[in-house]
Design a protein around this ligand. Structure first.
Ligand code: SF4
Length: 321
């Protein structure tokens, strides 16, 4: 892996409830982002993956832990320092139709960050907007359009252009292709990977589809009920993936190019309420391989080979089992 760019250490987010209980959306999350590489964060809806990525762009702050970037804990930044740091980490949201101001022209949308940071003069806006649109393979004339005059795929390209306008080192993409048609998803991913190669950008990509994310992620982290249960290299996912939850996610993938003689196996049951997580392994009530120890002892994340960590009593036995 390349140079370590950002490291989350023991990041936890607790939300108090009205009845005095506590919901733990992220529990002791440790993750690393490497320069020019993509970290795919996968899990079912509500598992805490978006909560974690929101810390990277200051939409929320963790209750405990730190996120180190450029030698600083970015969760503690305020005022001027925070404003300066925001340039380096940008975000692309799931649905640009709702994240753009419908009354703004595309020219103003893509150039707004540049004006906010004084990187261009107002007179340079038109030329810069055209350059940014061409970078994401859209005609420069689209600068005169409004968001509602574009397709979903075109709007998402504009969102990528806007996120790249300040030349950030890191981009966080929250289900950035989920709202698009399957054919459009592929072209947007091709564009993202091309721009990543050209600009050496680091990407944190949130997705619920393990099969899809493995095609372009260098590193994949699987999250369940706020816990990271497996971290593995993206290019070896199908060979090394071993946590029962990750395997279940993989077996539940539907793809039009898949082998239809193979049965799709949905994950059985529902995750427990995050307000009532059982003792031991959080996946225990849905796991076919559950053992007595799983009902009592929390499985910690252990490295079982370089770049591959698993939180399960079936692997790295000795400490927990
Ligand atoms: Fe299944 Fe036990 Fe592993 Fe949890 S720790 S995933 S219950 S085998």
């Amino acid at each position: 892996m390349s140079e370590l760019l950002l490291e989350a250490r023991h990041v936890t987010r607790r939300f108090p409830t009205n009845d005095g209980r506590e919901l733990v959306a992220c529990n002791d999350v440790n993750l690393k982002l490497y320069r020019g590489k993509t970290l795919g964060l996968v899990g079912e809806s509500g598992c805490g993956k978006s909560t974690f990525m929101r810390f990277l762009v200051w939409l929320d702050r963790p209750t405990e832990g730190e996120i180190i970037y450029k030698g600083r804990d970015i969760t503690k930044l305020q005022g001027r320092e925070l404003h300066e740091m925001r340039q380096h980490i940008q975000m692309v949201f799931q649905d640009p139709a709702t994240s753009f101001n419908p009354k703004m022209k595309i020219r103003d949308i893509v150039c707004e960050p540049l004006l906010n940071y004084g990187r261009i003069k107002r007179s340079e806006k038109n030329a810069r907007a055209r350059e940014l649109l061409q970078m994401v393979e859209l005609p420069g004339d689209f600068a005169d359009r409004y968001p509602h005059n574009m397709s979903g795929g075109q709007r998402q390209r504009v969102a990528i252009a806007r996120a790249l306008a300040l030349e950030p080192e890191i981009i966080v993409m929250d289900e950035a292709t989920s709202a698009l048609d399957v054919s459009v998803q592929e072209t947007v991913i091709e564009l993202i990977t091309k721009l990543q190669r050209e600009k050496n950008i680091t990407i944190g990509f949130i997705c619920h589809n393990l099969g899809f994310i493995q095609s372009f992620s260098h590193q994949i982290a699987v999250m369940y009920l706020g816990n990271i249960v497996e971290v593995m290299p993206g290019d070896k996912l199908s060979e090394v993936c071993c946590h029962p939850y990750s395997r279940a996610l993989l077996n539940a993938v539907f793809d039009t190019r898949m082998d239809f003689s193979k049965k799709i196996e949905p994950i059985k049951g529902e995750p427990p309420s995050p307000l009532d997580v059982p003792a031991g392994c959080p996946f225990r009530d849905r796991c076919d391989r559950c053992m007595p120890v799983c009902r009592e002892v929390w499985p910690t994340l252990k490295e079982i080979e370089p770049g591959h960590e698993v939180a399960c009593h079936l692997f790295g036995k000795g400490e927990d089992a």
